[in-house]
Write a protein that binds this ligand. Structure first.
Ligand SMILES: Cc1ncc(COP(=O)(O)O)c(C=O)c1O
Length: 343
């Protein structure tokens, strides 16, 4: 038993029972192990440390209304990790191995899954890194794969606490034709400086534009962008953003709820015509964005301020989508698309 106050969970580190891991070397994965120590020993010349040969995933498990555990769309994360690893040229676990290790990590840490009703969840962090000593800039022939879990509450404000966002005109998180659509650590390192500047200036979110022309909306540093206009759900189509599993699910739910869905390039000026905007992703779920400021630099005075009528609360369509997706995750709503792994 642990003595966590579930109502006070944020998004910080909590040590759990075990981390589940395996190592790929000389053409084979080692038997999967559960370690009580979540520190790892690495060669100091590991390519993950020097050259960013690293990718990861983020998904969640929930205690449902019926007392069962639900993991949300884990096979999607397995496929995305395999795609990121292929980009880095390293060996990834198969989908089956990924799912087995995720399930094992959740089972061994059941006592860290927040109880139903707390609106919190168990965040699952699969990590794949290039290990083994090497000096040259090349993919690693050895990899280490681990699955660690951490109970979490809201990532930032949450559904009832809309964010203020700034458009990052002087920074890009990804290059045209670069790594933006892969879940690799370098993209996050590239977003930290702008994030720090924005935090100092009082913003909770940084909105990146397409890195080629700086005309179209790309995404936030750790979530996708969506907007609602009348009965239409609109989200960017871009080669430089992470294909969010939450966003993909929200598109399906929006259609199911009778909304029109558009996935297309969104010029910044169109921000003026939206009724609701928000961030979406595993960690943020849906966090409404009440104000978006466009300025030449994060420190400058805003050139244009876009504000949304539901400032201070989620818009009605955002709320409806949030209730639907969390309803499925907590087993309160029928899982119409068969998204959850239940046990
Ligand atoms: C850059 C970025 N975009 C979008 C997302 C949302 O993706 P998902 O819904 O799969 O968590 C994340 C979070 O994982 C992210 O880091």
């Amino acid at each position: 038993m642990n003595n966590i106050d579930w109502s006070k969970l944020g998004f910080s580190y909590i040590k759990t029972n075990t981390m589940v891991c395996s190592r790929y070397k000389e053409g084979r994965w080692s038997p999967v192990e559960s370690c009580t120590d979540d520190r790892i020993t690495l060669d100091s010349l590991s390519a993950s440390l020097h050259y960013g040969v690293e990718c990861f995933e983020g998904l969640k498990a929930f205690y449902g209304k019926d007392g069962k555990i639900r993991i949300f769309r884990p096979e999607e994360n397995a496929r995305r990790l395999i795609r990121s690893a292929a980009y880095l040229g390293i060996e990834a676990p198969s989908e089956e191995m990924f799912l087995g290790m995720v399930l094992r990590a959740v089972s061994e840490n059941k006592d860290f899954i927040p109880p139903y009703g707390s609106r919190a969840s168990l965040y699952i962090r699969p990590l794949l890194i290039g290990v083994g000593p090497q000096l040259g800039v090349k993919p690693s022939s050895e990899t280490f794969f681990s699955v660690l879990v951490n109970p979490v509450g809201a990532y930032a404000g949450g559904i009832d606490d809309p964010a203020r966002a700034v458009i990052a005109r002087e920074y890009d998180r990804a290059a045209p034709h670069g790594s933006g659509s892969y879940k690799v650590g370098g993209n996050y390192a590239a977003s930290l400086y702008a994030g720090m500047q924005a935090g100092k200036a009082g913003y909770q979110a940084v909105l990146y534009l397409d890195p080629k022309e700086h005309k179209y909306i790309d995404e936030f540093s750790s979530s996708n962008f969506f907007a609602v206009k009348g009965n239409t759900y609109i989200t960017p189509y871009s080669e430089t953003i992470l294909p969010s599993i939450t966003n993909k699910s929200l598109c399906q739910l929006a259609e199911y709820l009778g909304m029109k869905v558009e996935r297309r390039a969104i010029p910044t000026e169109e921000l003026a015509s939206f009724d609701e905007t928000g961030e979406c992703g595993t960690a943020v779920v849906i966090t409404p964005v009440s104000v978006i400021e466009d300025k030449p630099s994060i420190q400058a005075a805003p050139t244009v301020v876009y504000s949304y009528k539901n400032a201070g609360a989620p818009g009605t369509k955002s709320r409806k989508l949030y209730d639907k997706i969390t309803g499925i995750q907590y087993g309160e709503e029928p899982d119409i698309f068969g998204w959850c792994t239940v046990y």
